[in-house]
Design a binder for this molecule. Structure first.
Ligand code: PGA
Length: 247
């Protein structure tokens, strides 16, 4: 695991963009794993400025809420369309997210898992939850999990309620890539910004590899880079062999 700490979140996004650009310059039809939430928004703005590079990629997203269709403004389908896909002009058939409606949950999970088997990510963009989750793999999710339905924890529902009118509107379940689907990516870029992530970042990098902190498994990936701003990296010890401070 390589860790780079930047002066601010803009520089974090810029570095993530440089890394993604390199992937698509080498392979214009690369499979890129994407994430939702607040953290990647700056990266997506920068990708839009480089949209010609991203027109031919295939994308696979981490997760979707159960019960929200793609036209629902709170769905991750809608988020991806409005924050990235429509600006890039990417063919919709090449953009994939788990479906939160339209069949039995078991079938929706199986379908997405099959799709992932046929579209292994060249690079996966990943955020981290304040409880150490990656995608919606909450603490104690087995490391060998594949796409599955999760009951969201109260802390995740509370974190995500800022995007909804009322906390009661936050779905209580989601379909998520499993941890082994994430680990299958050839490379992983984790981005984390802000003080609220500092403890989870510490546990991911310095803690034991343990299902209590799902992100800790990333220590075992052979090509994982963590990009942090100073707040997110504020609990890391001053001397870590794998940490590069870029202020
Ligand atoms: P955030 O979510 O970017 O909105 O903080 C990250 C996550 O929960 O994985």
């Amino acid at each position: 695991m390589k860790v780079q700490i930047f002066a601010n979140d803009q520089q974090v996004a810029q570095q993530a963009l440089s890394m993604l650009n390199e992937v698509v310059e080498n392979n214009p039809t690369a499979v890129i794993g994407l994430a939702t939430g607040s953290t990647p928004l700056q990266l997506y703005k920068l990708m839009i400025e480089h949209k010609d590079k991203y027109r031919q990629v295939t994308t696979v997203n981490l997760d979707e809420y159960v019960g929200l269709g793609e036209d629902d403004v709170n769905s991750y389908h809608y988020y991806m369309h409005s924050n990235l896909f429509r600006h890039i002009g990417i063919d919709k058939d090449k953009t994939h997210l788990p479906q939160g409606v339209g069949g039995s949950l078991a079938k929706l999970c199986q379908d997405y898992n099959r799709l992932l088997s046929n579209n292994r990510q060249d690079v996966q963009i990943l955020g981290i939850g304040s409880n150490g989750h990656i995608a919606f793999n909450e603490p104690y999710t087995p490391f060998d999990s594949v796409t599955h339905v999760v009951d969201l924890t109260p802390s995740t529902i509370a974190d995500n309620s800022r995007l909804f009118d009322r906390i009661e509107d936050v779905p209580t379940q989601a379909i998520t890539m499993g941890i082994s689907n994430i680990m299958a990516s050839k490379s992983i870029i984790v981005i984390a910004t802000g003080k609220a992530k500092a403890q989870a970042v510490y546990d991911m990098i310095c803690g034991q590899v343990d299902e209590r902190c799902p992100a800790s498994i990333l220590q075992r990936h052979n090509n994982c880079t963590v990009l942090l701003d100073q707040d997110a990296g504020s609990l890391l010890p001053a001397h870590l062999d794998n940490v590069k401070y870029i202020a």
